[in-house]
Design a protein around this ligand. Structure first.
Ligand code: NAD
Length: 351
């Protein structure tokens, strides 16, 4: 049988996540790292990986002709790079959020459709078996009708994190766009579309040009309610990163950080603890709840995402999270920022 040719991949942006993607491509079978581009020459991680390094994406594409490219640059640069790739028929995996504005997200959708290239948006948590199992439990009705969901995302970012200037200012920076976009996307994936958001924020701890803490009330199209408390300025074990241990770079604490509440039972994530009354037993607050736990085999979602991207580039699969889907999750993050600005609830029906 003929062997499948490795997919030729390149990376734009050799920072925190781009260098991780590059290392992953270099080690995974089925793909081949052909080059890295970064506007900052001091980011030349390419030498260590034995591939060419370029100071601009255009020259990288011209010289190396990749089949696909991972966009791991600041949010506000995603649209320009994606359009460049689309014109050269290069498929893209764009890190989340898809862009910094809905207008830029629309430019990506248009460019991809016009040039018939595929766009996969890097909401990698959707490939995590814990997230997939949670979605399946919630959507199967095992918890009954979804009543509410409560999420906590709280941790302390190290001081050097904010040395990158783009993270400290709009339009690209701030935890709503950089971090909570993951929570918004997971909520949409697990619970369904979000109908309205009402949010408050504070920058009182870090005193930067972007929020460090948020409190967000949400309602879903299916009638469920939700709340998120978030902060990147507090030592806490209650974040997706700490609780799931998905990324070994983070401190791992075996805690829960999300709670899904249904009319028949509740689920704590990521320990996957389900609380219900005994089968055919009496219900009501005076009766004991039984706790069960489902065991999930863990796997690295970034690897699963990259394998999926390779199949997308080969034309074997369509993107699981395409540009329009990425745009919907971005719309939630932007509605949260708009709600903070206007001090009013913001509906999402029109996006
Ligand atoms: N999926 C995840 O879990 C995850 C984690 C971190 C970051 N991200 C996303 O990845 C993107 C990058 O974030 P980061 O934390 O790695 O940022 P970073 O600041 O660490 O790295 C960004 C790099 O892009 C380079 N760059 C800037 N403009 C460029 C251009 N036009 N062409 C080429 N290179 C350019 C910078 O010099 C820098 O080296 C953001 O969109 C962010 O939201 C995703």
């Amino acid at each position: 049988m003929a062997e499948t040719k490795p997919v030729r991949l390149a990376v734009a942006g050799a920072g925190l996540i781009g260098s991780k993607h590059a290392r992953l491509i270099a080690t995974l079978s089925g793909c081949h790292l052909v080059g890295i581009a970064d506007v900052d020459a001091s980011r030349d991680a390419a030498g260590q990986l034995g591939v060419p390094f370029y100071l601009d994406v255009e020259t990288l594409i011209e010289r190396e002709s990749p089949d696909g490219l991972i966009v791991a640059t600041p949010n506000g640069t995603h649209a320009l790079i994606a359009e460049l790739c689309a014109k050269r028929s290069v498929h893209v995996l764009i890190e989340k959020p898809i862009a910094a504005s809905l207008h830029e997200a629309d430019q990506i959708v248009d460019a991809a459709e016009r040039n018939q290239v595929q766009v996969l948006v890097g909401h990698h948590r959707r490939y995590n078996p814990l997230v997939q199992e949670t979605r399946s439990i919630v959507q199967s009705g095992e918890l009954g009708r979804l009543v509410a969901v409560s999420m906590m995302w709280a941790l302390l970012k190290p001081a050097e994190y904010y040395e990158a200037e783009w993270r400290c200012r709009r339009p690209d920076g701030g935890p709503a766009l950089i971090n909570l976009i993951h929570e918004f996307d997971s909520l949409r994936f697990i619970c369904g579309e979000i109908r309205e958001v009402y949010a408050q924020s504070s920058c009182a701890t870090r005193k930067l040009g972007v929020e460090d803490s948020l409190s967000i009330a949400l309602s879903f199209a299916n009638g469920a309610l939700g709340s998120i408390v978030a902060s990147d300025a507090t030592p806490s074990p209650w974040s997706y990163e700490a609780a799931t241990g998905e990324n070994p770079h983070y401190f791992h604490a075996e805690e829960n950080c999300y709670y899904f509440l249904g009319s028949l039972g509740s689920l704590a994530f990521p320990r996957m603890e389900m609380w219900r009354y005994a089968n055919n037993g009496p219900s009501g607050w005076q009766h004991p709840l039984e706790k069960s736990r489902c065991e999930i085999t863990k796997s690295d979602p970034l690897v699963a995402q990259l394998q999926h991207f390779c199949r997308v580039v080969r034309g074997e699969e369509l993107p699981l999270i395409d540009a329009r889907e990425g745009r919907r999750s971005l719309a939630v993050a932007l509605a949260v920022l708009e709600s903070i600005e206007r001090q009013q609830p913001v509906p999402l029906s029109s996006v």
